[in-house]
Design a protein around this ligand. Structure first.
Ligand SMILES: [Zn+2]
Length: 430
């Protein structure tokens, strides 16, 4: 479909400064790509015109760390500390899920992400097949990774998970909007030999790495006691810290951990809401940026957030560091927007593909309704995204030139069917 976004307020990046600016332009989309901003491409015939009056086009958010079908556990285990939450509540629930359940949970997550302006996400979970199907059906863009855990205590399980991951990656080759990473889950769920196997698999398949590092204080203490080093040091020895690694959380990093991650080119996905809710603290985002780390933004799963709404995480991201450092200049709205879009795309190996509204990029665009009270008056629409918007302003969402959410209506997802199936699953889980 050829789409013309006519006379739109649009958030673009200034080539000179690299910063965002608001402009007013026509945006031309042909097939899955933004072919021109401003001037009519030769021979362009619009099959669909969307009028930009009182609308704002922004790059779709890149949710750089989530566990999609955890939506099924939303508000199932709240106000609990990290280990009680994970080992006492979430893992036993996960054991009882069937593959089909995870498809509906993943589709529910796609509904929520689309509705709140996310166009791309990085996922880690089991049943990657089912999540891939949900992504395909919804029309979103995603990088998927099968969570791998294993080691001396569970050699067979570890092998089985690697075999599953490999088969799923093979089976989903050739889908434009779906790519993969290898996901050794965390330093506490993989032993060093298993980590090394995961690193070798990523190298062999030429894929990035997705993991959790230094999420809780107890993790850091446990790794120190067992191996005499920090979690990043342990993972580096196994070859897991590369320029294509996305490390979620990284709340408890030492200065030398930060220098190590920066040197290896690791991207850190910060998850401010999840970290706060589980009582894990606040990651040192401004310090990481200062150290040269590419920081991106994720919601984490809906069992620890408990939403997949990037507007909320963007708001927390641009607020908590001001409070923590008693510095109102820390993580500005413009910097937050870059973290939630451009930096995420880079982390996911999709730099130059998504994360910006730019000629030659995929048409991954979120359109906001400026007639909403929270966006009125539009004195500074970049600030508004962090400090005023809540996601309810999302009007239309386009991924790869396909309109997935059209003036408030889903075009690819049968929402009643999703709700009915999710209700059935929740009743069975009890
Ligand atoms: Zn996570």
């Amino acid at each position: 479909l050829n789409i013309l976004l006519k006379n739109f307020n649009v958030i673009l990046r200034d080539d000179g400064t690299g910063l965002f600016k608001k402009d007013q332009k026509d945006i031309y989309i042909a097939g899955d790509t933004i072919v021109s901003i401003g001037s009519v491409p030769e021979g362009f015939l619009a099959e669909r015109v969307i009028n930009g009056e009182r609308k704002l086009a922004i790059p779709g958010f890149v949710n750089s760390h989530t566990h999609a079908y955890m939506t099924l556990f939303r508000n199932r285990a709240d106000d609990l500390d990290f280990s009680d939450w994970l080992f006492g509540n979430i893992m036993p629930l996960e054991d009882r899920l069937l593959k089909e359940d995870t498809y509906w949970g993943a589709l529910l997550s796609c509904m929520e992400m689309i509705r709140t302006g996310t166009t791309t996400f990085l996922d880690m979970y089991m049943f990657t097949d089912a999540t891939a199907q949900a992504v395909l059906d919804s029309g979103m863009r995603a990088v998927l990774s099968r969570g791998l855990s294993g080691g001396e205590d569970d050699i067979e399980g570890g092998k089985r998970r690697i075999a599953e991951a490999t088969a799923e990656i093979e089976a989903w080759k050739g889908h434009d909007n779906i790519s993969f990473m290898i996901a050794p889950h965390a330093p506490y769920s993989c032993d060093p030999n298993y980590m090394r196997e995961a690193a070798e698999l990523a190298a062999k398949l030429d894929l990035g790495i997705h993991t959790h590092i230094s999420e809780s204080r107890s993790e850091v203490e446990q790794i120190k006691e067992k191996y005499g080093c920090t979690p990043p040091e342990l993972m580096d020895r196994a070859g897991l810290l590369t320029g294509r690694t996305v490390a979620a959380h990284c709340v408890y990093l030492t200065d030398s951990d930060m220098a190590l991650l920066a040197e290896r080119g690791v991207s850190v996905a910060t998850n401010p809401v999840s970290n706060l809710k589980l009582g894990n603290g606040i990651a040192k985002v401004p310090e990481m940026i200062e150290a040269g780390i590419n920081v991106c933004l994720g919601t984490d799963g809906a069992a620890s957030n408990n939403a997949l709404n990037m507007f909320r995480d963007l708001s927390f991201l641009t607020l908590v560091h001001k409070g923590r450092l008693e510095n109102a200049v820390s993580v500005s709205a413009a910097e937050g927007l870059k973290i939630a879009t451009v930096n995420g795309a880079k982390a996911l190996g999709l730099g130059g593909v998504t994360g910006e509204i730019r000629e030659g990029y995929k048409a991954d665009i979120t359109i906001l309704d400026l007639n909403k009270p929270s966006l009125t008056p539009g004195n500074n629409l970049i600030s508004a995204l962090s400090y005023s918007a809540n996601g309810s302003e999302v009007d239309t969402v386009i991924v790869g030139g396909k309109i997935l959410y059209d003036a408030g209506e889903y075009t690819t997802i049968d929402t009643e069917k999703v709700m009915w199936n999710v209700q059935k699953i929740v009743e069975r889980l009890g």
